[in-house]
Structures are given as C-alpha cells and as structure tokens.
Design a protein around this ligand. Structure first.
Ligand code: 5CA
Length: 160
C-alpha cells in the first residue's frame, strides 16, 4: 500500500481527482524536487520536461499570474505582459504563499487557494510527458501537455 502523502501533496492529489484527472498520481520522492534541475535528476527526465510553475504579480492590478514554463526556459516577462495587458514583476516568497497556499519549490499548476490567470509555455507541447510540482519541494506528478492545458485552462503562448 502506498504511504500517505503530506498535507500539501494530498491537497494537489485531491484537486487532480476533483478535476477528473484519474491518471494523475502524486509521488513524493526522498530527493529534493525544489528546482527544475533537482526535479529532473530525482525523476530521471530532462530539465526541459519539467513544467515549472512561476508566480508573478501584475504591477498595476496586484493580481497574481501563473506562468508554467519548460524547466530550460527563462520567462520573457515582456511577452507575458503583452498577453496580460499589464507589466508583471517577480513575486516574493510571502506573496507566492499568500496567493497560492503553497511554498516556492512546491507550487503546483492546479489546486491553488483560488483560480489564477494562467499562461503555458508552448515549448512544453513537444514532449509526450512532462512533470509538475505537486505541493511540496519533494512532490511531483506526471502528465501530458494536453492534460496541463485542460486542467489549468491556461493560455498557451510563446514565452521566450
Ligand atoms: N518543484 C520544482 C519543479 S517541479 C519547482 O517548483 N521549480 S520552479 O522553478 O517552478 O520553482 C522554483 C522557482 O521559484 C524558481 O524558478 C524561481 O522563479 C522561484 N524562486 C526561487 N526562489 C525565490 C525567491 N527567493 N523569491 C521568489 N521566487 C523564487
């Protein structure tokens, strides 16, 4: 029998179930998955297959924005701003926690305290399977790019 998940990882598992993603299985690993590079090493996939969930803040509205990017890509903030309609700034750790309910290094693409405006890196579409954080810096789950798009309702954009 599988060991029980930590509270934050279970929250993501429950969110996946509520979204009807039956195949979604959160796994907690002994090794750190806090960064995209660590997650790739722990999973045994490429860094590009890590779907990292980054939180930004709309400079005018103060509203949070979730950008889900391939682990190898640096987010072009100006590109996101064009789609959003306002400039964005990097969020600090307290803001990330307050807006999502999760700590940096574990922010998942789904299961947040409230829905977040979401953009998805088009580069992720080239992979058959990708991995995302699942609530803690030791928890991840596997999905396809199509799953990610359906689960988040995010807008796919060219991020680089
Ligand atoms: N669990 C892994 C991948 S599955 C993960 O969450 N990676 S991540 O890249 O999405 O999360 C780490 C990200 O948090 C970094 O890329 C960076 O954008 C952000 N970050 C790290 N430290 C800080 C910090 N002190 N303040 C604000 N953002 C930070």
């Amino acid at each position: 029998m599988a060991e029980s998940l930590s509270r934050s990882a279970q929250r993501v598992q429950d969110a996946l179930a509520a979204l009807g993603f039956e195949m979604g299985q959160v796994v907690e690993l002994p090794a750190s998955t806090r960064t995209a590079a660590e997650a790739a090493a722990a999973i045994g996939c490429t860094v590009a297959q890590i779907a990292k969930s980054l939180i930004f803040r709309g400079v005018q509205s103060g509203e949070p924005v979730l950008v889900i990017a391939s682990g190898v890509n640096r987010v072009n903030e100006a590109r996101v701003a064009e789609h959003l309609g306002e400039p964005i700034a990097k969020a600090d750790a307290d803001y990330v926690r307050a807006q999502t309910g999760f700590v940096i290094g574990g922010v998942p693409p789904v299961g947040h305290d409230r829905p977040l405006r979401t953009f998805i890196d088009a580069d992720l579409r080239q992979y058959d399977e990708i991995w995302a954080a699942a609530g803690t810096p030791h928890a991840v789950f596997r999905l396809t790019p199509a799953d990610l798009e359906r689960l988040t309702g995010g807008e796919v954009i060219d991020l680089t």
